[in-house]
Design a binder for this molecule. Structure first.
Ligand code: FMN
Length: 251
């Protein structure tokens, strides 16, 4: 079984590659959390693979919440983590192992895969050509990961203790950065409602054909702003001139 959280499609693409190779159901962690389904049975030999992006050197809030709620009703799956990141997975492996350890579960392997950076809030997502080049490398890396998973989890990712400290810090400060106050929509909005439909946190509602961020905090997945077909969603004053990125599979 593959558990996935994804804002702009990188992690979803990685999860689908795992599914193509090993089969198994693909579970959307955000939807499962909303629906309250967190108990899963596993067949003998089946893996539980968690695929998610790195936010602030740490695990996204919904992934932490899902793992904390996660229950195994049957079986003893090999637990595997795959973090997609724009630069480095930092100490996310340590956080992931710690969360699982608290549940009495041992992580069999953890992998990182560098993919295009979607963090439009404070960085610049890449132009299309650069993103495609990065994706070519990440697909090679994903092939290596799948091979490692098939052959007894060779060459997993292990961060240093210092990276673990960085991730703990990132996780601690990220709470302050989850506000929705800086989102706005400009006049190019055509009221298609895609942003409201795809928001995994269910934070956006359409009001008179315009998106409204109705909660003061979101998960900062960057899906709404990067995937808006009109590029009408802005974040503060800096986003207008930046490129939008989402994985080509989503288009
Ligand atoms: C709010 C936010 C914070 C991020 N923080 C990091 C980070 O600390 N390190 C990193 O390498 N990438 C970071 N990224 C980039 C994403 O991890 C990366 O682009 C990921 O592949 C996106 O996955 P997705 O398309 O499945 O949402 C961040 C992205 C966002 C939106």
């Amino acid at each position: 079984m593959i558990f996935c959280f994804s804002g702009t499609g990188n992690s979803l693409h990685a999860a689908k590659r795992v599914q193509e190779k090993f089969g198994g159901e693909l579970v959307d962690m955000a939807a499962a959390l909303r629906g309250g389904t967190v108990s899963y049975g596993f067949k003998p030999g089946e893996m539980a693979v968690f695929v998610f992006p790195v936010y602030f050197d740490a695990l996204p809030v919904p992934v932490t919440d899902f793992i904390q709620a996660f229950r195994i009703s049957e079986g003893e799956p090999d637990i595997v983590g795959i973090a997609t990141c724009g630069g480095s997975a930092g100490g996310t492996d340590r956080m992931f192992r710690k969360l699982m350890r608290r549940k009495g579960l041992r992580v069999r392997a953890f992998y990182d895969v560098k993919m295009p950076d979607n963090c439009i809030f404070w960085l610049k997502p890449p132009i299309r050509e650069a993103a495609l080049m990065t994706l070519k490398h990440s697909d090679d890396r994903l092939s290596d990961i799948l091979e490692s998973m098939q052959y007894n989890y060779r060459v997993p990712y292990r961060s240093s203790g210092a990276a673990g400290v960085g991730s703990a810090l990132g996780s601690a400060v990220s709470g302050a950065l989850l506000g929705t106050g800086s989102f706005s929509v400009d006049d190019t909005c055509v009221g298609c409602g895609l942003c409201a439909r795809i928001c995994p946190a269910g934070v956006i509602r359409m009001e008179e054909n315009r998106p409204v961020w109705e909660k003061s905090r979101c998960w900062k997945c960057a899906g709404c702003i990067n995937r808006c077909p009109q590029e009408a969603i802005q974040y503060g004053r800096g986003s207008r001139k930046k490129f939008r990125y989402c994985h080509p599979d989503l288009k």
